[in-house]
Design a protein around this ligand. Structure first.
Ligand code: SF4
Ligand code: FES
Length: 248
């Protein structure tokens, strides 16, 4: 396949940035999207041009690093996958593909397609932990019965990889789905009860401090989330927040 790529180039955080057109050739439909980007960069380096900076690590849908907005959709046109799991068979020879970084004030661009997602780390630091003893004299897991329903829902919430697609897809740049997943994975388990009140209050406070927008229930986050995190987690977080506020 031969393709035209329209890619956001930005030299640094203070640079204005612009879309730049590139032709890329000899792309196999069996390549992943990131392999196609590797081919582009090899072709750019061979021409003595600067390669396009983009984030990636695991390349198997686990780390959440590969944050690309492709043809106006977070992680591109497929569903339930990250950018690294997107394959070139989703495109046709001669296609024009637009590639941009996540757009949100709380995720400033560092360079080209790389954004700073430390805001998510700071939200995690505000409450995404437990203080129960997990080493030495750890309690036997079987001594803490947990219903299958709650265990399954907690596991589903814990599937969030912190990629930020929910923020990038939301017209308000809201981080509610991410924060709700992190609150839910503890709220559903007995181990999460010790800090439950402080956790939800502190994580929401940090989310607001980072400059994410408000949730207006449009649901775009759930559609674009590669891990199928449900909006039900937002409803659960709102309940947790209400109860915690009344206690506080
Ligand atoms: S909720 Fe989904 S889209 Fe948002 S950070 Fe987690 S995995 Fe990514
Ligand atoms: S590179 Fe790790 S999820 Fe895509």
């Amino acid at each position: 396949m031969n393709l035209t790529l329209k890619i956001w180039r930005q030299k640094g955080p203070k640079d204005k940035g612009q879309m730049v057109d590139y032709k890329v050739t000899e792309i196999s439909e069996h390549m992943s999207f990131l392999e196609m980007m590797d081919v582009l960069n090899e072709q750019l380096v061979a021409k003595d041009e600067s390669p396009v900076a983009f984030d990636h690590d695991c390349r198997e849908g686990i780390c959440g690093m590969c944050s690309l907005h492709i043809n106006g959709e977070a992680h591109g046109p497929d569903r339930g996958i990250t950018t690294c799991q997107l394959h070139m068979r989703m495109f046709k020879d001669g296609d024009t593909i637009t590639i941009e970084p996540w757009r949100a004030n709380a995720f400033p661009v560092i360079k080209d397609l790389v954004v700073d997602r430390m805001a998510f780390e700071r939200i995690q630091q505000a409450g995404g932990y437990i203080s129960v003893n997990t080493s030495g004299n750890t309690q036997d897991a079987n001594a803490l019965p947990i219903s299958k329903h709650d265990a399954d829902e907690a596991m589903d919430a814990a599937a969030c990889i912190g990629c930020g697609a929910c923020v990038a897809s939301c017209k308000n740049s809201s981080a509610m789905l991410f924060v709700a997943a992190k609150v839910s994975q503890y709220a559903l388990l007995p181990q999460g009860q010790v800090e439950a009140t402080d956790r939800v209050l502190n994580m929401v406070k940090q989310m607001d401090k980072e400059g994410f927008g408000n949730c207006t229930n449009t649901g775009a986050c759930e559609v674009e989330c590669p891990k199928g995190i449900s909006l039900e987690n937002i409803a659960r977080m709102n309940r947790e927040y209400l109860v915690a506020s009344l206690k506080g």
